[in-house]
Design a protein around this ligand. Structure first.
Ligand code: HDE
Length: 672
């Protein structure tokens, strides 16, 4: 049990098997009928039980987060690989092997709390490290840059992307006029829009996306020397995505697709893992680049500033209660520990105000740090008092500093003994409302991203821009957007213009010819581990051919689920049985990474047709397909046996090996 888990244990309650009481502990003899004047008469004011139960219910909801309302979280631990002492004095980054409890919340940004999860959007990736020196929050996204350069524009951005105020449409989508009007008139958004229109914005799984701290932060070591640092989370399973048509269909078939995937992986012990990595720059390097390192619309190309992997986070426990933990957790980029400090990135500076402020209304007051999920695992003492729902019972007479009555305690801690002290950066400046000249190149890195994409990734982006702008009613906005992205690359803007009824932009040059191969998902880790394969079968399937394939898949970390005409068991020709997980009513090709047509008898005369429909859609989404025995008959014009990524054979180990390889490849884009 981690230290955080032990702390949470004090607050856990099991109601099962207990007597039902009021909140005052009174056992009740009746809980179904309110107290009435006669069996058919009006309810009485006196009914304290009814009033208490109903009042509590009436107040069950709290305001959802202004952004990132839809989220899902899990507990885990972070283990350090190597000491970062040369760069930072942060206690949890000193000794290799140190384990720190963590709580991580993943989220979409734009949708409301009940919205679908596979929408096109950035994903939040917020981590709370419960360190011995206090909580450290790394509140990041799965995209390394942001739409705007200055926090004062955040309300404008969010107003533009949220449902339009006059009709509250569309939900959890950027494909509408106000978002694209904002983009065209705030051109600093160009780089992040490129990411948002890429496959990164439709992740296959929370387990398969990167996380980024986005801003430049500071590490400060024991000698007071500072380095600039960018934080990355690298998923061990690699970075993988859905395709857009599939993502939209999943929104209907399973709006909980991402949380289900995370929940199930943790429940079956296949714990999601991410490596924490840092990019480091010395103070002297600050002006070495063709971009400003304080500009949050810029990344540090991994080929120019190496990414150093410093530890691994493992998510190994689901929450006990989503409201108490996931909903009430309060992240804040200003929750730092000694050795971690801020840069002057104007976006970060504004965030340092917003996060505490928003909790005051969301969590109802200033004592949200006392909620079990938010409490540090180390002691905390100060002279803050009172407020709504105060839990702590501070004893004694003194609640001010300086004092003599309590020996001037609680006392401050000198920096050399671990007290937090801000990095003493020298500032010599005028007070101005302005943007630095060095922040004004909005297109070079947008072009870098485009140039770094593989061909299928570029095609997906053209499709995404065409979809989103296809939903924009204003032709003026569509024209402005095309003109803007023509400055990134005409290769992108011209085909989009054609599809959305806008004149092609004048021929021009891309804003940059640079590439960063690390940005392409084509270069990520590929493994069958973590994938979900649907096995379509009927009674009298060839068990000698099929079962070894399923065993081999499971041994490679693949989740295997059987789809048949009805639930229960189906027996194979050799008498071995398969437990059915889904019928054709509850399964759909979009819920699987790959399908295996395992064959069997078509008792109803509908099996072959239903199987072919699933296989045809999986083929259309470029997914791996295997077929053996009579399952091969279910292939056809929509999923041809000789198509790329289709392995049709006799079953057994030969088929298993070829299919595992296909599952690892994830998609076969040449079908497109
Ligand atoms: Fe946030 N952001 N944000 N944000 N953000 C919130 O805080 C804000 C930004 C991020 O799972 C809010 O508690 C401003 C960048 C995540 O609970 C709010 C600006 C990045 C989460 C807020 C930004 C993020 C939030 C809403 C521009 C990536 C969810 C509820 C200056 C580095 C955390 C809340 C969770 C949540 C403000 C920009 C990440 C309103 C003002 C850049 C992952 O305070």
């Amino acid at each position: 049990m981690s230290e955080k888990d032990k702390q949470l244990e004090q607050y856990r309650v099991k109601d099962e098997g207990k007597a039902l009481t009021t909140n005052q502990g009174l056992k009740m003899a009746e809980d179904e009928f309110s107290l009435k004047a006669g069996e058919r008469g009006p309810t009485l004011m006196e009914d304290f039980h009814f009033r208490e139960k109903m009042t509590h219910f009436d107040h069950e909801r709290i305001p959802e987060r202004i952004v990132h309302a839809r989220g899902f979280a899990a507990h885990g631990e972070f283990e350090l690989y190597e000491s970062l002492a040369p760069y930072t004095k942060a206690g949890f980054l000193q000794d290799p092997g140190t384990k720190t409890p963590v709580f991580v919340r993943f989220s979409t940004v734009a949708g409301s709390r009940g919205s679908a999860e596979t929408v096109r959007d950035a994903r939040g990736f917020a981590t709370k490290f419960y360190t011995q020196e206090g909580n450290y929050d790394l509140v990041g996204n799965n995209i390394p840059v942001f739409f705007i350069q200055d926090a004062i524009k955040f309300p404008d951005l969010i107003h533009a992307v949220k449902p339009e105020p006059h009709n509250e449409m569309p939900q959890a989508a950027s494909a509408h006029d106000t978002f694209w009007d904002f983009v065209a008139n705030n051109q600093e958004s160009a780089h992040m829009v490129m990411w948002a229109m890429s496959d990164r914005a439709i992740p296959r799984s929370f387990r398969m996306m990167e996380g980024f701290g986005v801003h430049t932060f500071r590490f400060v070591n024991e000698e007071g020397r500072s380095h600039f640092v960018k934080f990355h989370w690298k998923p061990v399973l690699g970075v993988h995505s859905l395709v857009w048509d599939e993502a939209q269909k999943i929104s209907g078939k399973d709006p909980d697709f991402h949380r289900r995937d995370l929940w199930e992986a943790i429940e079956r012990g296949d714990y999601p893992e991410y490596e924490l990595a840092v990019q480091l720059l010395t103070e002297e390097d600050e002006f070495r680049f063709d971009f400003d390192i304080l500009d949050p619309t810029k990344l540090w190309p991994e080929e120019e500033v190496p990414v150093k992997r410093i530890g691994k986070m493992t998510l190994n426990r689901n929450v006990d209660n989503v409201f108490a933990e996931t909903e009430q957790v309060a992240f804040h980029p200003g929750h730092v520990v000694p050795g971690i400090d801020f840069s002057n990135d104007p976006l970060l500076q504004g965030r340092l105000f917003s996060y505490t402020d928003t909790q005051l209304s969301r969590l109802g007051g200033s004592n949200f740090h006392e909620l079990p999920i938010n409490r540090p695992v180390c002691p905390f003492h100060n002279n803050q008092r009172d407020g709504i729902a105060r839990h702590t019972i501070n004893r004694g007479q003194v609640s001010y500093h300086n004092n003599s009555l309590a020996g001037n305690t609680p006392s401050t801690t000198p920096e050399r003994e671990g007290g937090y002290s801000h990095y003493q950066e020298k500032i010599d400046a005028r007070k101005v409302r302005a943007r630095s000249e060095s922040f004004k190149d909005h297109f070079s890195q947008a072009a870098l991203f485009w140039n770094s994409m593989s061909e299928p990734e570029q095609q997906h982006m053209i499709d995404a821009f065409s979809f989103e702008l296809g939903k924009v009613m204003s032709s003026s906005v569509r024209e402005q957007v095309v003109a803007m992205f023509a400055q990134v690359s005409p290769e992108l803007a011209t085909p989009v213009a054609e599809r959305i009824g806008v004149d092609a932009p004048p021929a021009g040059q891309p804003a940059s010819t640079k590439q960063s191969p690390a940005l392409s998902q084509a270069n990520t880790t590929h493994s069958p581990h973590g994938r979900k394969v649907g096995v379509i079968a009927g009674p009298q399937f060839d068990d000698a051919a099929v079962l070894p394939v399923l065993d081999a898949l499971r041994a490679a970390g693949v989740q295997v689920e059987v789809i048949a005409e009805r639930l229960g068991e189906i027996a194979g020709t050799g008498g071995k049985a398969l437990e059915v997980d889904h019928t054709f009513l509850t399964a759909d090709s979009v819920l699987f990474d790959a399908l295996y047509a395992a064959g069997g008898e078509d008792e109803s005369g509908k099996l072959a047709r239903q199987a072919s429909m699933l296989l045809g859609e999986a083929y259309g989404h470029c997914k791996p397909i295997a077929a053996s025995s009579s399952g091969k008959d279910w292939l056809g014009p929509h999923a041809p046996a000789n198509g790329p990524g289709v392995v049709a054979g006799e079953g057994g180990e030969g088929l298993a090996d070829a299919f595992k390889e296909a599952v690892a490849a994830h998609r076969f884009w040449t079908r497109d």
